[in-house]
Design a binder for this molecule. Structure first.
Ligand SMILES: [Zn+2]
Length: 165
């Protein structure tokens, strides 16, 4: 594997800043701004069922990327009711298969960050076939560094994913 940063080297390491404790409230938790997912203020879902909604990104660089959210407002894996936790594995497999079916995709990376909003959602990023320098943890960095494609293109690719669900 030849993971490579999307920046020219040399980069110089720096020290972490002062810790912020308590941390600033996230969207959708007490003291924070309202939940954008519950308020319907995100990109519209391209697919949904009783438990989940699937959305295209905005201002992204990888067509075929999507994010999946629970219908219920819970924070993380440990907060999902058992039935949803079990169903997550099934729906994640469907999303992965649907993205791979787009073609030109080597692997589907799944990320759960949760630092921005407190409503359960995970990201599925397609690593373009042959783009081995974006392996592993490099893919989100490349996603950030590459030029964005139009939101319409991201939405169309997400609709192609939805059609294969
Ligand atoms: Zn919410």
């Amino acid at each position: 594997m030849t993971m490579t940063l999307p920046y020219l080297e040399p980069l110089s390491p720096r020290e972490p800043g002062e810790r912020q404790i308590p941390e600033p409230p996230r969207r959708g938790e007490p003291g924070g701004p309202p939940c954008r997912i519950c308020a319907g203020k995100t990109s519209a879902a391209v697919w949904s069922n009783d438990n989940w909604t699937l959305h295209p990104p905005v201002k992204g660089s990888l067509p075929g990327a999507v994010w999946l959210a629970s219908r219920v407002h819970v924070d993380s894996f440990s907060d999902l009711p058992d039935e949803l936790a079990a169903d997550f594995g099934r729906v994640a497999a469907r999303v992965e298969r649907a993205i791979l079916a787009l073609g030109d995709v080597a692997r589907v990376h799944l990320y759960r960050w949760g630092d921005g909003g407190a409503h359960f959602h995970v990201w599925f990023l397609p690593r373009p076939l042959g783009m081995v320098e974006a392996s592993g943890m490099m893919l989100p960095l490349w996603e950030d560094a590459l030029p964005n494609v139009p939101d319409e293109e991201l939405a169309k690719a997400a609709e192609r994913v939805a059609a294969k669900m």
